[in-house]
Design a protein around this ligand. Structure first.
Ligand SMILES: *Cc1c(COP(=O)(O)O)cnc(C)c1O
Length: 242
């Protein structure tokens, strides 16, 4: 890989961290409250190595089987944390149960069941976030959460997931509708935060501390609205090839 590419990725990584810190400070939050997950899906290995060299330790992947060779190639980095952020095909649950640090995208009861089963077999617990569809788009994954009047029923629907002994439910995740203007995404981030507050009142024994929201073009708005994880790929690693 060319030196210039390594430099560019390191610079972009640093600049994103600085923008994250400023966004947090604008709303009186501490920069340490927000963690950056660098999304490596579809990215060539040299780019991923460059961002790890720049200091990134939280990496996000949508496809567990595609994470495996990357994990192997980076096995000498001792403290890497792999975050699963994509829709889980149940036959891939074993990989997530075995190798991932956190699962952001538990998007239904069946995914939760598949994961619980594999985690039980491995005698391992996993921090997970529940994914909600806050924009009402048919093609998006997650429990439907567009209609606030339906939240009491939604709480009943997720209640069984909270009982799985090997899943540590720690918060919520969303992929909001695309808007050219990041400001126009703000209401969706706000809705996820309100849903978090609603669930925290309803299920006080769980912490609900995490909100995983915000991507390359809207992460600053997400941080202003309470994100504790932002998931950023192309703004750091460049456009995904192919
Ligand atoms: C691809 C992806 C991202 C990162 O998107 P960028 O626009 O490249 O920052 C974040 N979250 C999820 C769930 C994704 O699939």
């Amino acid at each position: 890989m060319e030196v210039s590419t390594v430099t560019t990725i390191a610079q972009r990584y640093e600049r994103i961290l600085a923008r994250m810190a400023r966004a947090a400070q604008r709303v009186g939050r501490r920069p340490e409250e927000v963690r950056l997950v660098v999304v490596v899906k579809g990215q060539p290995l040299p780019r991923i190595q460059a961002v790890v060299e720049a200091g990134a330790r939280d990496l996000g992947e949508n496809y567990p089987e595609q994470a495996l060779p990357k994990m192997q190639a980076l096995a000498q980095v001792p403290d890497l944390r792999w975050h699963m952020i994509g829709h889980l095909q149940r036959r891939k649950a074993k990989i997530v149960a075995q190798y991932f640090y956190m699962m952001h995208s538990v998007d239904g009861l069946r995914a939760a069941q598949a994961l619980e089963k594999r985690l039980a077999q491995q005698d391992r617990t996993l921090p997970v976030l529940l994914e909600f569809n806050v924009g009402g788009e048919a093609q998006k994954h997650g429990w439907p959460a567009h209609d606030e009047a339906a939240w009491p029923a939604l709480a009943d629907a997720i209640a069984p997931v909270l009982e799985f002994p090997h899943l540590q439910v720690q918060g919520l995740m969303t992929v909001p509708p695309w808007r050219d203007d990041p400001e126009a995404v703000r209401p969706f981030f706000r809705r996820l935060r309100r849903l978090r507050d609603f669930l925290a009142r309803r299920f006080p024994r769980h912490t609900w501390e995490h909100l995983s929201m915000g991507m390359s073009h809207d992460f600053e708005v997400a941080i202003e609205e309470g994100a504790t994880f932002v998931r950023i790929g192309s703004a750091i690693l460049g456009p995904r090839p192919g």
